[in-house]
Design a protein around this ligand. Structure first.
Ligand code: PEP
Ligand code: MG
Length: 579
């Protein structure tokens, strides 16, 4: 059994056997063709393009009929390129000037298009590079005579696992048989994700090397809500996910009625429920679920969706986009948290032996000041466009925090010298996710404007349990009394210093812990958007007095089993329908 965490791009849970699509890399060697034999190459080219236009027109009409104009329209872009006279002129020239085959010339020109698109500042346009590869493959298949591997002859329900589904592959999926998909690569604004949402198929992308870990026929759970894929799940996980999906559908309908109501206890205490995002495009969904702002923007996903490092403008565009969507609501921008599980190993020539304990997060930023400054400049420039707050991740020493703040000050001075406006009083906070910082929370509280507790890492480092290793997944437990003691002390230190404290790790969105966190005095919860309604329901069903009693009792236990059992019973009392 293998558990993989990626980016959930389309909600729902599906359990099915897998079909694994090969990467299907078409290698086109450069072959010399004597000038007198070039005529057939032009003919072959014309024929392959004409055939591709026929295929695409049929596909577009078919998809438009099934899924509407917006999805079908993807193929108009493909058709536009194939019918573009300048494209044809470029390929013809390439054949002539290089004395080469139609397929080689076509590849050269398509790679040129791909480079142009991927260099575009606009993320939507730069994502179109995948469409260019899609067009290239289609024409090459006709030139090389390879048959298009489609999914038209499926006889049972499946989930599709692929390195990176091409837009046309996604749109052409047989909706009656393909029940979900998961890919190694991909981002939220890729066509693949757009199509998945439009089709209502659960999908998870950005899973790294999933295709190497799944064989055709393996049973796979795709959980588009949690962004998780489980390969060959055990009986317990199967039962759990079937149950989750049933409950989700029923509960979602009921909870939708709470969206405009405050997260207020029965005795009038109001807390703020905010959302975690990886991309600005998620903000609309988060607000629709009732989020009052973004409590954690994981900006490192700007890097993970692309092979090239984002420029200052890329950062700035992403932050201004997010602020536009938020219309004045708060946005906590966490500075880059790269390294460890955030897939940057391939950028490093020397993989680290212990990446979670290595050059990760703020450490990596302080080792690469130009990269760090690019991001800080963009954040400060965006600070005049809305309610921006900045947050440093993985702080473990006061010196580190002071250094990060010094770099931020340098950036402010530079901007001032350049006459670029920014907000000097923008709140500066830190994540408390390393036990060293948790233990010294009182000292740190004097030097920041807010804390946000990253329970995912805090649990991993406190319990010495790799959060990505399924072999020790059973030991990864938010209810461990040592973790709870740290949580209590961080919240206490924050409130004594008068700074706000939130939890932005997964624990904040787990209903089992809502009463406890509320009772410990937490006033900001930041979680995945889909978790907000259920947490709000719990808060609205209890009193602060009850939550405090629960927290006091929990802090007297010395085992996580006792804690979880007790919390389950208390939850059952206030919302029995959840059980
Ligand atoms: C955390 O560690 O709890 C957290 C929110 O950060 P991430 O999951 O991105 O490491
Ligand atoms: Mg973390």
């Amino acid at each position: 059994m293998e558990i993989k965490k990626g980016i959930g791009v389309s909600p729902g849970v599906v359990i099915c056997p897998a079909v694994v699509l090969d990467a299907e890399d078409l290698v086109v060697p450069k072959r010399h063709v004597p000038t007198e034999q070039l005529a057939p190459e032009f003919e072959r080219l014309g024929h392959a393009i004409a055939q591709s236009v026929v295929d695409l027109t049929r596909l577009r009409d078919d998809v438009t009929g099934k899924h509407g104009k917006e999805i079908g329209g993807i193929f108009d872009f493909h058709l536009g390129i194939l019918k573009d006279k300048s494209m044809l002129t470029q390929v013809t020239k390439e054949i002539k000037n290089q004395s080469t085959t139609a397929e080689y010339a076509f590849t050269v020109v398509m790679r040129r298009y791909a480079t142009t698109f991927s260099a575009m500042q606009d993320r939507y346009l730069s994502e179109r590079v995948k469409d260019v590869y899609d067009i290239e493959r289609r024409v090459l298949r006709h030139l090389i005579g390879q048959q298009h591997q489609d999914l038209l002859h499926l006889t049972q329900d499946v989930v599709v696992i692929a390195h990176d589904l091409l837009p046309s592959q996604t749109a052409a999926l047989d909706r009656n048989r393909v029940k979900g998909f998961a890919t190694d690569a991909g981002g939220r604004t890729s066509h693949t994700a757009i199509v998945a949402r439009a089709m209502g198929i659960p999908a998870v992308v950005g899973l790294g090397n999933l295709t190497q870990e799944v064989n055709g026929g393996d049973i796979v759970i795709i959980d588009g809500n949690a962004g998780v894929v489980i390969v060959n799940p055990d009986e317990e996980q199967l039962a759990e996910h079937r149950e989750t999906e049933k409950r989700r559908v029923k509960m979602e309908t009921q909870l939708a009625t709470l969206v405009d109501l405050p997260a207020e206890t029965l005795d009038g205490v109001v807390v703020s429920l905010q959302a975690n995002i990886e991309f600005p495009a998620e903000i609309g969904d988060a607000l629709a679920r009732g989020a009052l702002g973004i409590g954690l923007y994981r900006t490192e996903f700007l890097f993970l969706g692309s092979d090239v490092e984002p420029t200052e403008e890329d950062h700035f565009n992403a932050y201004s986009d997010a602020l536009r969507r938020l219309s004045g609501r708060p946005l906590v921008i966490r500075t880059l948290d790269l390294g460890a599980d955030k897939q940057t190993q391939h950028r490093q020539s020397n993989p680290e032996r212990n990446p979670f304990l290595g050059d990760r997060s703020i450490r990596m930023c302080l080792h690469d000041i130009p990269m760090f400054k690019r991001q800080l400049r963009a954040i400060m420039r965006a600070s005049v466009l809305g309610d921006v707050r900045i947050m440093f991740p993985m702080i473990s020493t006061l010196m580190e925090l002071r250094q990060a703040k010094m770099v931020l000050n340098d950036v402010m001075e530079e901007l001032e010298d350049e006459g670029i406006p920014f907000r000097r009083d923008l709140p500066v906070g830190m994540m408390v996710e390393v036990p060293a910082a948790a233990i010294m929370a009182t000292n740190f509280a004097k030097e920041v404007n807010f804390f946000s507790i990253g329970t995912n890492d805090l649990i991993q480092y406190t319990l010495a349990v790799d959060r990505t290793n399924e072999k020790v997944a059973g030991l990864f437990c938010p209810a461990h009394p040592s973790v709870l003691l740290l949580l209590r002390d961080i919240i206490r230190a924050g409130s004594r210093s008068g700074i706000s404290v939130s939890v932005c790790g997964e624990m904040a969105g787990e209903p089992l812990y809502t009463l406890l966190l509320l009772g410990l005095g937490l006033n900001v919860f930041s979680m995945n958007g889909p978790d907000i309604p259920e947490v709000k329901k719990i808060i609205r069903s209890t009193t602060m007095e009850h939550a405090k009693t629960v927290a006091r009792k929990v802090m007297s236990f010395d085992s996580e089993r006792q804690v979880m059992h007790f919390l389950r019973e208390e939850m059952r009392k206030i919302i029995p329908e959840a059980f």
